[in-house]
Design a protein. Sequence first.
Length: 142
Amino acid sequence: MTLSGRRQRKDGSLFPVEVRARAFNRSGRLFAIALASNITRHREQRLLAQFSVTRTLSEVGSLEEAAPRILREMCEALEWDHGTFWRVDPEADVLVRVRAWPSPPQRGPAPSCRGRPASAWAPPGEHGRAAHPYAYPTWRHS
């Protein structure tokens, strides 16, 4: 279970936290563990990414035109090493790689999804919300 909230410092100031809790049974005894993390920096990064994406979408005419900027801005704001923009091709029922950031190395072809249909990646109506356990790009070699 994950909860968000605020905690108070010794000086009385408040800061945002994310608390992850889990109960488990060990040899017939019930245990619980909870970890709280200060998410101030994470929240600021997420807001910067949201602002950057919104600005980009307002400045361009199509999603394909926006994809490279959105990927770069999100990866930089969230300190990600890599990002890939995918879309569902409803006719073929597959995921299609639109763009990657940074661009993949020139050593081989672009990543693929091993030909899995898009419907296998998420429950119906949930595309983009829940990843399939095997949802990872792999390098295809010709």
